[in-house]
Design a protein around this ligand. Structure first.
Ligand code: DX5
Ligand code: ZN
Length: 220
């Protein structure tokens, strides 16, 4: 069985107090910290880059699950590797023909490669990246349009999760967008084991309770 990983999205945190926010989430039971890197081009929003990851790394040993919503992911491998990123998940729509080189470089910088796909991208587009000599080790199925927190979960994306889980019983399958206590069961029963949650965790009166509810859904 694949292990549950609960990853609060730091996009919903107070960026001016990032180290304290990260620490709080880890105390509340988070497994990973999900870091949304946006370039203002691949998506219409601009967030953080390697300098912020580097600063945060000085304050925590946590797994930094970096989700790259950028047009040229290859340009970020070297700086993020140096900064201390743990996972490097790029979008298949941005990888084009150089994905083999990209995966190879991510691994050579000591990071774990993952691939993400937008809602309109068919799941078949990631299969070759899972069957390559140097495969990706996680697939992130977007359950909202990438770019912003606080959007509505798209249940129709669960067909992708089901197809993936059927083919890859031990793969890390991550879902991202609109996840919370009311939607997580749909994702976990489809086969997702890594749950990203931003507004449902940070907006809760008791975030620790939400994190444990998310974990329980994946475990049951
Ligand atoms: C959206 C980001 C998500 C986002 C999730 O582009 O990839 O990680 O922060 O936020 P919620 O959980 O609020 O939908
Ligand atoms: Zn994300």
């Amino acid at each position: 069985m694949v292990k549950p990983k609960i990853a609060p999205s730091m996009l919903s945190s107070d960026f001016a107090n990032l180290a304290a926010e990260a620490d709080r989430m880890l105390r509340y039971g988070a497994d990973w910290l999900h870091m949304d890197i946006m370039d203002g081009h691949f998506v219409p929003n601009l967030t953080i880059g390697a300098p912020v990851i580097e600063s945060l790394r000085k304050h925590t040993d946590a797994y930094l699950d970096c989700h790259l919503m950028v047009t040229n992911p290859i340009d970020y491998v070297e700086p993020l590797g140096k900064a201390g990123a743990s996972g490097f998940t790029f979008h298949v729509e941005a990888a084009k023909e150089n994905w083999q080189e990209l995966i190879h470089r991510i691994k050579s910088k000591g990071m774990r490669p993952g691939v993400a796909l937008k809602p309109e991208t068919p799941i078949e587009e990631v299969y070759s990246l899972l069957e390559a000599k140097d495969p990706v080790e996680m697939v992130l199925v977007m359950t909202v349009q990438p770019g912003f927190g606080g959007q509505k979960f798209m249940p129709e994306m669960m067909d992708k999760v089901r197809s993936l889980r059927k083919k890859y019983p031990s793969l890390d399958i991550e879902v991202d967008g609109g996840l919370g206590p009311s939607t997580v069961d749909l994702a976990s029963s489809a086969g997702a084991n890594c749950i990203v949650a931003g507004s449902s965790v940070f907006g809760a009166s008791y975030p620790a309770q939400v994190i444990s509810q998310l974990r329980k859904s994946v475990q049951d």
